[in-house]
Design a protein around this ligand. Structure first.
Ligand code: GLU
Ligand code: ZN
Length: 491
């Protein structure tokens, strides 16, 4: 049997890490099994739908290089793949269920439903669900209500006895008593729109989906979906609910932990390779040790059995590490074109990107590469080359455990060594050794000498390697900036 899986997002918000992981696992599973990856847009919640989130979905998947075999834009034999274009179908199937006695029309007004809710809360201390008021209306009663112009919803008749079980590939059998399934959920709303459950089950069946991989938060919907499959007389697909994505504190990953929207990671300069690689490892591993995977490799080696059951932690630091690795793996040319937009936005490089600017950028890239975690770091690291904003705050120059006096001395003495040696073309390793000796003589750590020089030259404590900075800036300008810092400490 051909594997057919789907990613079925609701375009009500931006694609976040968890959603994208679901998409990737489905995609890799399809590829690894020679199957089909289907994209389906579950856009029946019209109030929460936005064009922006739909566009964001397309942008994110294409940025990651994930192509769907069937779905919007590309089409396919089971289209439309956009739920709002399939309303008649859901209506037809819902009516079918009514005819078969598996579902029924409900004419209750919102006011009545609210009253029921309040009464239940008062008497049973919590809401138990719809009271099945319309479950057994006679034909005459129904006609009477129709005559009043009331548009009914269609509700599923959930059995009151027995239990429902579904099997999950990772978690085993999950069983729930039918009396604990929310009584008689709405399948079709009075405006003719399906609810999530109805549309989801019908589409998975009609699109011949074989495996459902989705977030664990959908587990509570499992029994209801099985009841729906049973009501239709259809075979349910296989289920594989994915482990939760958590922050380091063990709470579900959310804005509180940092960025979660892929678009924001992208804007900061995370590379698609790094996101794809790291996100895949959040809850999955091949052998517990291999860390680097390209998309092509994952398309071959992804296995369901290797998905973890326990919650997975999304570690921002680890992602930074991966991103740094992928940045360093880029050629200078490639990296130059990747950072160009950031440099232009900062005003460091003109919109016309002249040959001179290109040369300058290419000279800069090798040292940037060593220090960047994300592409956007390039502007901060290289700002000192494009603007001269001296640091006027003495504290910034003073390294840990050093005094202002020592810092001043370092600016003079280390500054002298560095400038002399640079002029004479002494290898930087030798210069470094001299500065180390100086630090020892002064009874301070070597950073006590280097930090003031670095701040003098770059106005920042985090910067490119010092010798690169000097070379890129030029000796004359370096000297001017070191002298200026010495002056600062004379006051
Ligand atoms: N539209 C649902 C969502 O946004 C799909 C859930 C499922 O995969 O069944 O997550
Ligand atoms: Zn009713």
């Amino acid at each position: 049997m051909e594997v057919r899986v789907r990613y079925a997002p609701s375009p009500t918000g931006l694609q976040h890490i968890g959603g994208v992981r679901t998409a990737l696992y489905n995609y890799f599973f399809a590829k690894a099994n020679g199957g089909k990856f289907i994209l389906r847009i579950e856009d029946t919640d019209r109030e929460r739908y936005t064009d922006e989130s739909l566009q964001d979905l397309y942008d994110t998947l294409s940025w990651l290089g994930v192509k769907w075999d069937e779905g919007p834009v590309v089409g396919g034999p089971y289209g439309s793949y956009v739920q709002s274009e399939r309303l008649e179908l859901y209506q037809k199937y819902a009516k079918q269920l009514v005819e078969d006695g598996k579902a029924y029309y409900c004419y209750c007004t919102p006011e009545r439903l609210e009253k029921v809710r309040q009464e239940q809360i008062a008497s049973k201390s919590q809401y138990q669900g719809y009271d099945r008021h319309c479950a057994n209306l006679t034909q005459e009663e129904r006609e009477e209500l129709e005559k009043q112009g009331i548009k009914p919803v269609i509700r599923l008749r959930v059995p009151t006895e027995g239990k429902t079980t579904f099997h999950d590939i990772l978690m085993g059998d999950i069983t729930r008593k039918n009396k604990d399934v929310s009584p008689d959920p709405i399948l079709l709303k009075s405006d003719g729109f399906p609810t999530y459950h109805l549309a989801n089950v019908i589409d998975d069946h009609l699109m011949k989906i074989t495996h459902i991989m989705r977030a664990q938060e959908w587990i509570p919907s499992g029994p209801l979906h099985i009841l729906l499959y049973n009501a239709f007389g259809w075979e349910p697909p296989q289920y594989c609910h994915l482990p939760m994505v958590m922050g380091k504190d063990g709470q579900k990953l959310s804005k509180r932990h940092g960025d979660t929207a892929v678009r924001d990671f992208r804007a900061k300069g995370y590379l698609p390779e790094a996101i794809l690689n790291y996100v895949s490892l959040v809850g999955w591993s091949l052998d517990g040790s291999t860390e680097f995977f390209s998309r092509e490799e994952l398309e071959k080696c992804f296995k369901l059995e290797n998905i973890h059951v326990s919650p997975a932690v999304f570690d921002y630091k680890k992602l930074d590490w991966f991103n740094g690795q992928y940045i360093r793996a880029k050629s200078d040319e490639e990296l130059a074109s990747l950072i160009l937009p950031y440099m232009q936005k900062a005003g460091f490089i003109s919109a016309s990107y002249t040959d001179d600017e290109k040369k300058k950028l290419l000279r800069l890239v090798p040292s940037l590469k060593e220090r960047m975690k994300v592409l956007s770091d390039c502007t901060e690291l290289s700002a000192f080359l494009f603007e001269d904003k001296p640091c006027l705050d003495k504290e910034t120059y003073i390294a840990k455990k050093c005094t202002e006096e020592q810092t001043k001395e370092a600016l003079y003495k280390a500054g002298e060594i560095i400038l002399q040696d640079s002029k004479a073309g002494v290898p930087f390793a030798d210069t470094e050794a001299k500065v180390c000796a100086l630090a020892e003589e002064m009874g301070i750590k070597v950073n006590g000498c280097f930090q003031p020089i670095r701040v003098a030259i770059t106005a920042s404590t985090v910067s490119l390697p010092l010798h690169d900075s000097i070379e890129l800036l030029g000796l004359e300008e370096t000297e001017r900036r070191i002298k200026r810092a010495q002056e600062l400490f004379n006051n």
